[in-house]
Design a binder for this molecule. Structure first.
Ligand SMILES: [Mn+2]
Length: 430
């Protein structure tokens, strides 16, 4: 009897509690309309792919039963994107109606009034499930409060999350509150002072259960899991290992930690590869391995191959041809040539005639290298055989003058200096 009573009591208490749970997709930095000028004829396809990724991500949000879809700034590359793109994006949002779409102007697409992309006709005529935070404000979804602090200019030294404080205070303590804003995370030395610095504890400070931000293009989480920057959903550069994702967020009740899962939505795989000339077999093998990797569909690969090391003109041509053939099927491929000429004895003597100063620099570098590397021959002997004008004493004097302790100088430094001289020389010859 007592037991039944207590269960009944509990059920009643549960009914009295405002049970709110909300699931949403948090995205940012789509930068639709980005020019990708360096990709010339592939640039328009790169722009289309970003829109396709947005369409897939919206479908994913519907499939996962999301209650809202957030864009925490920089949906567009700038406020001057094509009218057709704006119409296309709005129609994608219309296609998932009534899923609430919450759009926040970022630093690329700040709300600056009637001249901004947010006041174009497709947005002005859009259905009410598409909400734009033109001003700091709130939108209620399933009893949870989404609070937006939009950007209205391109740069500012003010923390945009400060606007969320007053918005947050207007609600009872136990309300589920989600902030949305855009800016750099204020990590000392890692952000520009005028790049909308957001405090590392901005979510806690404003009493938010979650603060969804955008700006940097790689996934990062702060403030004990409450401050999330999901990165760009479609990678747009090399070296972004944590891009290509959006956050799927579930909040159960105020005060509980959010459940945040990254969902991979990006298609393109940007890879920077080093190709060591003089080590062709290993270099070619690593490219073969990448192309055979099942997770890397060649058609989705954007490869930048950096040629490095010393090579002869004939080897360079052969390796470039191999790369051109092998990487024919990838989405896009760039070759960066940082290699330098391996000169024959004849070429070296011609170099000495034509560019005596360069020749002397190379000989001096070689001489210093011999001085610091353990060898069988004495420095004096090397100096004589290399024909350098530098004596041991003059090298020591040069190092003293530059306050460089001999012990801190490594062979690698000299090799690097020689590579640099040779590559400059090659640029000159071309
Ligand atoms: Mn940004």
């Amino acid at each position: 009897m007592g037991r039944a009573n207590s269960i009944g009591c509990w059920i009643k208490r549960l009914q009295d509690l405002p049970i709110v749970s909300v699931t949403f997709v948090h995205s940012a930095d789509w930068q639709l309309g980005a020019r990708f000028a360096q990709f010339s004829e592939k640039a328009s396809r790169l722009r289309e792919i970003r829109v396709e990724t947005l369409a897939r991500t919206l479908s994913m949000a519907v499939e996962r039963g999301a209650d809202a879809f957030l864009v925490a700034g920089d949906l567009f590359e700038d406020n001057h994107v094509d009218e057709a793109l704006v119409a296309q994006v709005v129609s994608l949002f219309e296609s998932v109606s009534p899923l609430p779409i919450l759009l926040l102007p970022g630093n690329h697409d700040p709300y600056t009034g009637p001249d901004s992309v947010w006041d174009r006709n497709p947005f002005l005529q859009a259905s009410s499930h598409i909400h734009i935070f033109r001003e700091p404000g709130k939108l209620t979804v399933k009893g949870a409060q989404f609070l937006g602090a939009p950007l209205q200019q391109k740069v500012s030294t003010l923390d945009p999350s400060l606007a969320l404080h007053s918005l947050s205070k207007a609600f009872p303590e136990d309300t589920l509150k989600i902030g949305v804003t855009h800016g750099a995370i204020a990590i000392p030395g890692k952000h520009q002072p005028n790049d909308f610095p957001i405090a590392l504890d901005a979510a806690t400070r404003a009493g938010l259960d979650y603060l969804g931000v955008g700006h940097w293009h790689q996934w990062q989480v702060y403030d004990e899991g409450r401050l999330v920057m999901p990165g760009t959903p479609e990678s747009d550069d090399f070296g972004q290992e944590r891009a290509g994702q959006v956050a799927l967020v579930r909040l159960e009740e105020h005060g509980r930690p959010p459940q945040v899962d990254p969902v991979a939505v990006g298609r393109l795989n940007w890879r920077r590869l080093e190709f060591r000339l003089g080590d062709e077999i290993e270099s070619r093998r690593s490219i073969e391995a990448l192309l055979e990797d099942a997770s890397t569909e060649a058609g989705n690969l954007i490869a930048r191959v950096v040629l490095q090391g010393a090579t002869t003109a004939a080897q360079l041509v052969a390796n470039r041809q191999w790369l051109d053939d092998r990487l024919d099927g990838v989405f896009a491929y760039q070759l960066r040539d940082e290699s330098y000429s391996q000169l024959s004895e004849t070429e070296l003597s011609l170099l000495a005639q034509d560019h005596p100063l360069v020749d002397q620099v190379l000989r001096d570098l070689e001489c210093i290298k011999q001085l610091i590397s353990p060898g069988e021959t004495s420095v004096e002997q090397q100096t004589v055989t290399r024909g350098s004008g530098l004596s041991l004493a003059s090298i020591q004097a040069l190092l003293d003058e530059g306050r460089i302790p001999l012990a801190s100088l490594k062979v690698g430094h000299l090799e690097q200096a020689k590579e640099r001289v040779m590559s400059l020389l090659r640029e000159e010859v071309r």
